[in-house]
Design a protein around this ligand. Structure first.
Ligand code: M6R
Length: 618
């Protein structure tokens, strides 16, 4: 949510910043801007709108020369998307420029104080207040010439007054060659180059330049020049600085020949499954093995209950995880929205393991749930995609998805990777309890067969598009299923609504008769998940209830099911798999259906309105 890139080195900064912004655009696309320093003067260019239509055009008409600068792509929190509210923001003197991710919660109080002191503001943002506050401390601390230490101290002093979250990059026109960055609750990373350095909120923005990075910790303040960087921590005064290596290439986050990142990522899913399984199956012991759970078998054996906390698509994966873990490991599982878990007073027994799930590893709600679980003294594990992310680093242990960069705002491959991790975890826990070697081996074999089966579904993309086109004018959709297909239906509905803006409700097929069926008519299509699993007959009975009310039905059904072909208006056939693997195959046609429908309606699939890839505000 919002993206920051800073550059200091020998190259012209604007093209480096612009390229970084393009790589960050999935993080926010309401507006974008740059501040570039040359000859003791900061040039600020900023523009409402997506990068290519906004800031890129502005820079082409009005270049910003210089070899160092900071840039930002915004997802609005305070103040509507507009040129004025775009970052960077300047202090009252115009010498200091700031870009900021996060929310300054006490900004109104700080603003009042500054207004009383005669400050005037150009925007409605909390970030401009922070810029002015840094400027006030800069003046107060100044003793002779401006130095890198002065900027660092002014930033540190301002941040001591701030309540809220921030990842910031700051420059002063009087201190060429220096960027100061700081973080609390919003990621910030130093990219270490050859005679050049970077500051960014997302390693995607720098991986084309360097794979050497330092993930800053909360309360770290960094001073970055072309040839050096120094970090201190506002809380402890010493900083834990570790250089990490990025394990993906710049090409991994390129769109290639696909029209959209979402489509590319849907098509990557056979590899996603393979990568999530690789090295994790112990065939001899008929169990799964993990390198980073950091729990002894005895500790895992003593777990009596699991709480899974997550948000959005990761929450849907968690719901499917509940079904899988309860079936394979017989451990009671409760799934919480991460934000609810943080703030309600749920009594949690001591023998409970908390598991959080997050693709980005930065979702603020999920991070808070992880911290709350740890504060209550629970062991807290995480399933995370982004290596080195805050959740990955703060969890007691966990499982990486190994899905590679996911750029499409609508999560697809990370969802599938999460489900693979949950299957493996369920087997790992189950084999410590009652799950037989034979049962575990059958699920392993099913998982290993999945990549080829997903390919089979992907090959039906054109046919799925034809079906989607038939329903492209519908205003409302239902997605229904039972058993494992119920949470899968929730995810199918989310995919459709977030990228096509069509109202879609995921529901339990059985629950419909208790009220929502009143909404069914000939204009309201239902996507019915009706694989031949343990719920088949009952789901078919629910399907008949929809047909009886003239609701059009698009069925996602098992290959060879002749009965469904006679009843449904349209059928997408999927390979027959074991019950607990159904969500991994049934989700794929739902992703394609949402994708084709959104494209047909002219929606910007990779940058849906009002959304951003990673939600780092509470
Ligand atoms: O990075 P996370 O998995 O923590 O993100 C959670 C949700 O914000 C995310 O899944 C969101 O719902 C996606 N837009 C769904 O496609």
């Amino acid at each position: 949510m919002c993206g920051i890139i800073g550059y200091v080195g020998p190259k012209p900064a604007s093209p480096v910043l612009l390229e970084g912004l393009r790589r960050l655009e999935y993080r926010g696309y309401d507006s974008a801007g740059v501040a570039v320093l040359q000859d003791d003067a900061i040039t600020v260019r900023k523009k409402k709108g997506k990068i290519d239509e906004g800031i890129a055009r502005t820079l082409a008409d009005q270049p910003a020369p210089g070899t160092m600068g900071i840039a930002h792509t915004r997802w609005a929190t305070h103040g509507e998307p507009s040129d004025e509210n775009s970052h960077p923001h300047l202090d009252a003197s115009g010498r200091i420029a700031v870009v900021h991710n996060g929310v300054i919660e006490n900004y109104e109080h700080l603003k009042e104080r500054l207004l009383d002191a005669g400050h005037e503001f150009q925007s409605g943002t909390d970030t401009e207040v922070l810029a002015h506050l840094i400027g006030v401390h800069y003046e107060r601390l100044r003793d002779g010439d401006a130095t890198p230490d002065l900027l660092n101290e002014a930033v540190s002093a301002a941040l001591r007054e701030v309540i809220g979250t921030y990842g910031i990059a700051v420059i002063s026109s009087e201190i060429p060659g220096v960027i100061v960055g700081a973080r609390r609750g919003s990621p910030l990373i130093i990219g270490i180059g050859e005679d050049e350095n970077f500051l960014t909120s997302d390693s995607n923005a720098v991986v084309a330049h360097t794979k050497q990075v330092v993930f800053l910790n909360d309360y770290d303040v960094a001073t970055v020049t072309a040839g050096s960087f120094e970090v201190h921590n506002l809380g402890t005064d010493t900083a834990d600085v570790q250089i990490s290596k990025l394990e993906f290439d710049a090409e991994d986050s390129q769109r290639g020949d696909f029209e959209h990142f979402m489509l590319k990522e849907i098509h990557e899913q056979p590899r996603t499954v393979e990568n999530a399984i690789r090295g994790r199956i112990d065939s001899e012991g008929a169990t799964a093995r993990f390198g980073g759970l950091n729990m002894t078998p005895a500790e895992l054996r003593s777990v009596q209950r699991i709480i899974i906390a997550a948000s959005g698509t990761s929450w849907h994966a968690a719901l499917i995880g509940e079904y899988i873990i309860e079936a394979l490991a017989h451990i009671p599982v409760e799934v919480e929205f991460a934000h609810e878990f943080c703030y309600r007073m749920a009594p949690v027994r001591r023998d409970t393991l908390v598991l959080v799930i997050s693709q980005s590893g930065e979702t603020a709600d999920t991070l808070m749930a992880l911290r709350e679980a740890k504060r209550r003294g629970h062991r807290a594990l995480a399933i995370v995609n982004v290596v080195g992310s805050t959740i990955a680093r703060e969890a007691d242990g966990g499982i990486y998805m190994h899905a590679g960069p996911e750029i499409g705002v609508a999560s697809t491959k990370a969802f599938i990777a999460t489900l693979v991790c949950l299957e493996l975890l369920a087997i790992h826990l189950g084999r410590m309890r009652m799950l037989s070697a034979g049962q575990a081996t059958k699920t392993f074999k099913g998982l290993e067969a999945l990549p080829a089966q997903i390919e089979q579904v992907l090959a039906q993309s054109d046919a799925i598009r034809e079906i989607a086109l038939k329903y492209a004018e519908a205003d409302d959709f239902f997605f229904l299923g039972r058993g494992y297909s119920y949470p899968t239906a929730l995810e199918g509905a989310l995919k459709l609504k977030e990228i096509s803006y069509i109202h879609a409700e995921g529901y339990s097929a059985a629950e419909m008769k208790h009220g929502p069926i009143a909404l069914i008519d000939e204009k309201t299509p239902t996507v019915f998940l009706v694989p031949q699993d343990f719920m088949y007959d009952k789901t078919m009975a629910n399907l008949e209830m929809i047909r009886a009310r003239k609701g059009p039905v698009i069925a996602v059904a098992s290959e060879g099911d002749e009965q469904i072909a006679r009843i449904a208006d349209d059928v997408i056939f999927i390979p027959k798999v074991r019950d607990e693997l159904n969500p991994l195959i049934a989700s794929v046609p739902l992703q394609l259906f949402a994708y084709h429908l959104a494209v047909a309606r002219g929606c910007d699939v990779d940058k849906p309105r009002n959304l951003a890839k990673s939600v780092t505000v509470l």
